[in-house]
Ligand binder design. Structure first.
Ligand code: BTN
Length: 261
């Protein structure tokens, strides 16, 4: 990759920043790193060889980047880190790995001088803007954790529909160094997935307790107050009648801000 825009995606820099061992593939362009990793996990990517875990696939740009809840993920070249990490599924499935990914992203950003926070379930914010989204998918017994981080602001800005929420890290951050830190931390947490410290690290970066939130369930909107987070990362909420329930997935609105990206 000699293009100045992709010059900060060097394999040796990813590996040296990671302090972990994994198979690494870097592409100029793909439709979606998650889609390619899923195809690889299904044995449909002959040119990549056999998939050995853990594996990390990075692309400079995605033509069909995918987000949660069927949304698209804006993925122009030279600006974002688009990375999928394939790991063996733990007995609890994907949820603890999405928590590990949110913590790993925060740790990678902190190593680069940022002060991130997590918005449940696993969006990462810096300076009140969403800088990272995480999408976990499964193929058989393999979990694919897709991580998209807006390193630099795109030329012409973010598209209108996400402009209010999306932000970029800015500065001189190298995507390869960030990728290595995040992948390394994620692989480390994956090896300690039931460790109580993981959920403590997650909660520590999610200032939600006591906040009023709204969420949707079966096409109805509910409001509640956050009471805490359980050991699996579920959001414990209490409604106006004092009834407690646990949210395991979906999207919440905090105060009047709906975070959609
Ligand atoms: C979200 O915020 O809704 C999740 C976004 C996840 C985006 C990443 S970018 C790398 C990987 N490949 C994809 O197509 N999506 C994920």
């Amino acid at each position: 990759m000699n293009d100045p825009l992709t010059a900060d995606l060097a394999a040796d820099r990813v590996l040296s920043a990671s302090q972990a061992s994994f198979s690494l593939t870097i592409l100029d362009e793909t439709d979606s790193t998650n889609a390619r990793m899923k195809a690889w996990a299904r044995g449909e990517e002959q040119q990549f060889g056999n998939l050995s875990l853990p594996a990390v696939l990075i692309a400079d740009r995605q033509t069909s980047g995918r987000g949660r809840l069927g949304r698209a993920f804006f993925s122009p070249g030279g600006t974002g880190l688009y990375m999928s990490v394939a790991l063996p599924a733990p007995p609890q499935g994907a949820p603890p790995l999405t928590i590990a990914a949110a913590v790993a992203v925060c740790e990678g950003l902190e190593m680069h001088g940022f002060a991130p926070s997590v918005k449940w379930v696993n969006d990462v914010f810096v300076h009140h803007k969403k800088v990272c989204g995480i999408l976990a998918e499964m193929v058989a017994q393999i979990v694919i954790i897709g991580i998209g981080i807006n390193a630099r602001a795109p030329e012409g800005g973010f598209p209108e529909e996400i402009r209010g929420v999306a932000g970029a890290l800015g500065g001189n951050i190298r995507r390869d160094a960030l990728a290595g830190c995040v992948a390394g931390r994620l692989i480390e947490w994956a090896s300690r997935i039931t460790d109580e410290e993981l959920i403590m690290e997650y909660i520590r970066r999610m200032p939600l307790e006591g906040r009023e939130i709204a969420y949707r369930r079966e096409d109805r909107e509910f409001t509640a107050v956050v009471v805490g987070i359980d050991r699996l990362g579920g959001l414990i909420v209490r409604d106006a009648n004092g009834t407690e329930s646990i949210l395991r997935s979906g999207e919440i609105t905090i105060g009047s801000k709906n975070i959609v990206m």
